[in-house]
Design a binder for this molecule. Structure first.
Ligand code: SF4
Length: 501
């Protein structure tokens, strides 16, 4: 009898057969999923459940948990068989096994000409990994003689804008993969046998690390497989990693081993990274930095937004994955005095936070002075979307955009480079390099993804015991972002002073 593997096992193995082996035999070596992955998984579940509502009368396959996983799977398969023999119009999570490959199909719809098979994804664009996933289901169904009329992926329609009740027929869009999924059957048959043999092995397969460790998914065994990689390895080069992997395969594993000629093949930022790693020097282009700093007009506002994006639009006038701003922090530097103003929406109110956010923002900003943000495209986009949604505020909001300047410019345009930036220009890298006394490490919420996750949790569980504590953590995190900008600007001025003295 063939060794039984699931669809997820197969997909794991397509990325790396060692990943499958470790998952089956040494699961304890896996790192726990990060919060951002948990929230993606939760979103996927919510989207999957909502998609079922497009098929009224559909029945979810379920079974009591039995003594063993195998018994449980057998019960699910038996339950599916009975539903297929009945006249239910659709089956959710239909379960099948063929040649040891176990799959559950998100949605199967009965039609006079056969079954329509749908894989639901909380994504707006079709991807190769969606096709691979669906192809495994089609392989099993065809193998068992199920007549498939069509097979494809139900995706989120990015053009959909909610008005009133969610319109499920418009919220989802269908991508037909019938032909493409059928074309993969031969290769699946071969791979399946090979992966089953990998699972049955006594010893771990020897697979070197490579670009497959992060694509198409971040592998949960990286901490294990990458444990011997030195800190200054060539793989820590930021940006496009193609060249770094090419060097790695040639045996050039450390930055210090890169020759002058090879340095020329890197991007300017990667070159600075390697150079600073070798000589430990801070690089300052005083002319460009002077021009950036001289161009700033006070009073200076340091502004940062936090947002959440839901696959399922929650408010009228919003669509899948629209960024909804729920918090801002602003420090104001006027005549050497620093003031702080902020806003955090009431998650428990269940209301669209955009209007309150917009009103608080417009009253917090002074009529004059530059607005410094870090990575302008994000804040500018949020303001543009607010102006589009709340037309009565469009004029003052658009005026804010014209006053915005970007504090990332001195770093992304390589006016300043510190060796501890490690080739990256995000505020999380720049702050500890330039202001070592400040970091995000002591904060319970230490990045934007965690902030959106926690705010979403507050919306979902408004009566949670530590509600006030979480709000306090959110305040502290966002305030840290703008205080960090204040300090970064101070250090930039000091660096210029040092250079010109
Ligand atoms: S970290 Fe890389 S080599 Fe190790 S199991 Fe994962 S994908 Fe394979």
């Amino acid at each position: 009898m063939s060794t039984s593997i699931s669809k997820s096992d197969f997909l794991r193995a397509s990325q790396c057969e060692k990943r499958l082996y470790l998952h089956k035999h040494k699961k304890h070596l896996a790192s726990p999923p990060e919060e951002k992955h948990l929230s993606i998984m939760n979103m996927g579940t919510a989207v999957g459940e909502l998609a079922r509502k497009r098929y009224p009368g559909g029945v979810l396959v379920s079974a009591e948990f039995q003594n063993s996983k195998d018994d449980y799977k057998a019960a699910l398969i038996e339950s599916t068989k009975k539903l297929m023999e009945s006249d239910v119009p659709a089956i959710f999570e239909a379960s099948f096994e063929y040649q040891g490959l176990f799959v559950r199909v998100d949605i199967m719809q009965r039609t006079p000409k056969g079954w329509s098979v749908y894989e639901v994804k909380a994504s707006t664009n079709p991807k190769k990994k969606h096709l691979d996933d669906l192809a495994l289901q089609v392989y099993v169904l065809k193998g068992l003689g199920v007549h498939i009329k069509r097979a494809g992926v139900l995706l989120m329609n990015k053009r959909y804008v909610k008005q009133g009740e969610l319109n499920l027929m418009e919220l989802f869009k269908f991508k037909d993969f019938t032909k493409k999924s059928l074309m993969q059957r031969e290769s699946i048959a071969w791979d399946l046998k090979h992966y089953q043999e990998v699972v049955d092995r006594e010893v771990e397969p020897e697979v070197p690390i490579g670009p497959h460790c992060t694509s198409p998914y971040e592998c949960e065994f990286r901490a294990h497989c990458w444990s011997g990689i030195p800190r200054d390895s060539i793989l820590s080069l930021s940006g496009n990693k193609t060249l770094a992997w090419a060097f790695w395969e040639e045996g050039i594993t450390r930055m210090e081993n890169i020759s002058a000629n090879q340095l020329l093949e890197l991007t300017p930022m990667q070159r600075l990274h390697v150079q600073a790693q070798k000589d430990g020097m801070t690089y300052v282009d005083e002319i460009a930095l002077d021009s950036f700093l001289s161009d700033l007009n006070g009073p200076i506002h340091f502004l940062d937004f936090e947002t959440f994006a839901s696959a399922l639009p929650m408010y009228d006038g919003s669509g899948p994955y629209d960024q909804i701003p729920f918090q801002f922090s602003m420090h104001l530097l006027r005549d050497g005095q620093l003031l702080h103003r902020s806003f955090l929406a009431d998650a428990s109110a269940g209301e669209d936070p955009r209007r309150a956010f917009c009103e608080a923002l417009l009253s917090a900003i002074e009529p004059e002075g530059d607005i410094l943000v870090y990575n302008i495209s994000f804040e500018r986009r949020i303001i543009q979307e607010l102006a589009h949604h709340l037309e009565e505020f469009a004029v003052p909001l658009n005026r804010l955009i014209h006053r915005m300047k970007d504090l990332i410019d001195p770093f992304s345009e390589r006016m300043v480079y510190h060796p501890k930036m490690k080739g990256k220009t995000s505020i999380k890298n720049v702050l500890p390099a330039l202001v070592p006394s400040m970091s995000y490490e002591h904060l319970d919420i230490a990045n934007g993804a965690a902030a959106s996750f926690e705010f979403a949790q507050l919306m979902q569980y408004p009566n949670v015991e530590n509600h006030d504590e979480i709000r306090e953590q959110l305040h502290r995190y966002c305030e840290q972002d703008t205080l960090a900008m204040v300090e970064i600007l101070r250090v930039l001025k000091d660096l210029l002073k040092d250079k010109t003295q």
